[in-house]
Design a protein around this ligand. Sequence first.
Ligand code: AKG
Length: 256
Amino acid sequence: MNHDYPLTQQQITAYQRDGYIQLNDVLTGDELTSFRDAVDAAVKQDTVKLDPNRKKNSYEQIFIQCVNLWHRYPAVKPHVLSAKLGGIAARLSGLPLRLWHDHALFKEPHTGAKTPWHQDTPYWPHEQKMHQLTIWIALRDATIQNGCMSFLPGTQKFLDIEPVNLADPQDLYAVAPQTKGIKPVTCELKAGSVTVHNGMTFHYAGPNRSDGMREAIAIIYMPEGTTYHKVAHPVTDPLNLRQGQKLDGELFPIVG
Ligand SMILES: O=C(O)CCC(=O)C(=O)O
């Protein structure tokens, strides 16, 4: 396990208690700029054919989302498979992990809508739901103005809530009345800093009201041994998996 980034026992305990944590200056210098340049080039290439004046559906209004860049862009791959990032995720969760997938999440200037409050794991085709986690990396500064992330501490324990439809979100308190009274924590990040959240922790990002793109990439990890639950998902649909099959092999490498 890679211990490049120092984590204290207090931080690990805070992550496990709150279901999220902010870690500053995880990527700096060349490590940050080469990751950002690689992701920028990949997103540009992935979206080159999109008409900028197209009518966007409600989901597309939230962000440009490009999934599993590491499969298609050799310059992105070493960053997504980074032992430093995988090591952070493994130490916070206390478990051996595999990569689930990456996705670049670029909120467009002025038009990028809010990302509604939601949990992630209910969307995923996994039989086990409790210990997935995401490292959300600010490739440029993420601020309240351009749509940084907010979290509802402790909500990773709310396990049986219906998935929120991001394109047509219900009121948070209607879907999850248990969250009433929990104060959101908003995490502004300098480029290269990250938040890490458990896939069950409720989170939100505001709209982008700035003149620049909000550039982030999220890398998602799942415990080694996670098995397939047959529901539609773009990452697993092409793979023809059996219910209960272990998600492993080269598409889901061990990373921490
Ligand atoms: O980047 C965003 O706006 C939301 C990200 C998110 O929901 C996630 O990484 O799970």
